[in-house]
Write a protein that binds this ligand. Structure first.
Ligand SMILES: NC(=O)c1ccc[n+]([C@@H]2O[C@H](COP(=O)([O-])OP(=O)(O)OC[C@H]3O[C@@H](n4cnc5c(N)ncnc54)[C@H](O)[C@@H]3O)[C@@H](O)[C@H]2O)c1
Length: 499
């Protein structure tokens, strides 16, 4: 059994030409109904798809609930694997909450045995980023299809192994790019594909992580590049994938600078602390530090991490000001695409608010979009609030024409409504039809990670890095057709001349 793959790069493309797509969505109207983004209910399957999962931490919980509860009529969980026996056992026992049978559990070194004994159709990979490639390649070689969490892999060498393995085995590797599925971002793809601003010549994209979510990367395994590839890979893979997909273009060359200036021992001292420390649990300055995390006091964190430290020594509450951190907190990147389009991107991990702004500059106008995911409210008890009224906006500004605010559809569920729709698309044998072709495979996974890997190299060398020099076997994205870059353009309206 194979994964449905309607993804841009490797699958035969469905019969959607640009004219048909534009006509179809024009009939639906620009402000597409929110229902269009909901995950359609699925029919029970004659044979349930068999899933095994490796990496039973935080992110796995979403997949396990979807397989064992939401899509239980179509899917079954046949095996679980993790290197931490405590977390593994917790995930096994959680099956009973979903009314599902408790699946067998396997230690990390028993992964191949799990595949032999449980014969999954699909292996879901939700381990630490740097270990993805190993499990992906072993699952593909065992004849399974794979769903991997982002980032697909952390270095060009690991990406190459996966490209080679998919070519060698003919199996599918899907990457869980949930950001594509969030309704406001899908709407941008639709507007761009319709030619609302003509063809895109440049993009200005700025992503802000605040000192709540952003700081968390500096506590966890993510704080070492050997685990995560740094935020250029771990986090920006989402953002680079969005741009690759929005533009339907292949990245060619990358220039970047990156630094860590906020999450440092010097900042700890400037904030009035005596020093950085090892971890928040037992820290002598915990009362003075507003970055401290109460690992044992937060029930989910305690259940997932504090209770199982004794098995692997992993501390999820390490000091964000430690000197051994080797990832950047401030990054600026320029990407040149094969269409000639250019991207100017920044990622900043200590910002006052969390979210992003993006602008597409096109031959017929400009598309501006902003999503304020969370802000801090003033008051006697300052609070971080997520998505207040008016926090998302999209504005279309034609050349020499009045700006128009576009109503933005929203969705329910994790990652701005992206997660539930993604899960149906990933897990079901026959998922609901998707006019936006959001499914992504190893080619898209590679393209986005390679921008990050190139940025990491550029940080070190100060030179630009060509994507084609990093791996072989990349193919052109062939998703939804985008506006022609050579065709006739309408003359913009005369608007007088003010000297
Ligand atoms: N798409 C998204 O928005 C999103 C959100 C969160 C996390 N993620 C991704 O999900 C993955 C997991 O992240 P998380 O937040 O759940 O981390 P986590 O630390 O909570 O869980 C990771 C799990 O992997 C296990 N593990 C580590 N190395 C292993 C190995 N070699 N073999 C077997 N098990 C191993 C750990 O014991 C742990 O249980 C990461 O790749 C992350 O980037 C994606």
């Amino acid at each position: 059994m194979s994964l449905p793959d309607r993804s841009a790069a490797s699958a035969p493309q469905p019969a959607v030409d640009r004219r048909t797509f534009v006509k179809t969505v024009a009939v639906a109207g620009l402000g597409i109904a929110a229902g269009a983004f909901a995950a359609a209910p699925a029919e029970p399957a004659a044979r349930r798809r068999r899933f095994a999962l490796v990496g039973t931490g935080s992110r796995a919980e979403m997949f396990l609930e979807a397989v064992q509860r939401t899509f239980a009529a179509q899917c079954e969980l046949v095996g679980l694997c993790d290197r931490n026996p405590g977390r593994l056992e917790g995930a096994r026992q959680r099956s009973t909450q979903f009314g599902a049978a408790i699946p067998p559990g396997y230690a990390a070194e028993e992964f191949d045995r799990m595949l032999r004994e449980t014969r999954p159709d699909v292996v879901i990979v939700t381990t630490v980023d740097a270990t993805h490639d190993d499990y992906i390649v072993r699952a593909l070689d065992a004849g399974c299809d794979v769903i991997t969490e982002k980032p697909m892999a952390t270095t060009p060498e690991k990406i190459q192994r996966i490209l080679d393995a998919t070519a060698r085995t003919g199996r599918r590797c899907r990457v869980a790019f949930n950001y594509r599925y969030a309704p406001p971002r899908t709407q941008l793809k639709e507007l761009l594909a319709q030619g609302a601003i003509g063809d895109v010549l440049s993009v200005d994209f700025h992503w802000m992580l605040d000192t709540h979510h952003g700081a968390d990367y500096f506590r966890r395994w993510h704080s070492h590049k050997a685990n995560s590839g740094g935020l250029m890979i771990h986090k920006a893979t989402h953002h680079f994938d969005l741009v690759n997909w929005w533009l339907g273009a292949q990245p060619e060359e990358v220039w970047a600078v990156g630094k860590r200036e906020f999450y440092t021992p010097a900042t700890a001292r400037r904030l009035g602390l005596q020093s950085h420390h090892e971890r928040c649990t037992g820290c002598p300055e915990v009362a003075a530090c507003t970055f401290a995390l109460d690992l044992a006091g937060a029930p989910r964190l305690k259940r997932l991490y504090a209770d199982h430290e004794r098995h692997d020594g992993y501390h999820r509450d390490r000091c964000v000001f430690r000197p051994d951190i080797d990832i950047e907190d401030t990054m600026n990147v320029i990407v040149k695409y094969d269409t000639g389009a250019t991207l100017s991107y920044s990622l900043n991990a200590f910002n006052a608010w969390e979210g992003y702004t993006i602008v597409f500059n096109g031959t017929k106008g400009r598309l501006e979009h902003r999503d304020i995911e969370s802000v801090y409210e003033a008051g006697p008890d300052p609070r971080r609030v997520e998505r207040g009224p008016g926090s998302i906006s999209t504005r279309l500004i034609p050349l020499r024409g009045p700006a128009r605010d576009i109503p933005v559809p929203t969705g329910e569920g994790g990652h701005g409504g992206g997660d539930p729709v993604l899960l149906a698309d990933l897990l079901l044998e026959t998922p609901p039809a998707d006019p936006w072709l959001r499914a992504s495979n190893e080619q898209a996974g590679a393209a986005s990670c390679l921008i990050g890997a190139a940025a990491n190299r550029s940080f070190r060398s100060g030179q630009s890095v060509k994507i084609a020099e990093l791996v072989t076997g990349l193919r052109q994205p062939t998703g939804l057709p985008m506006p022609d870059r050579r065709g006739a353009l309408p003359m913009p309206p005369a608007a007088g001349w003010v000297p």
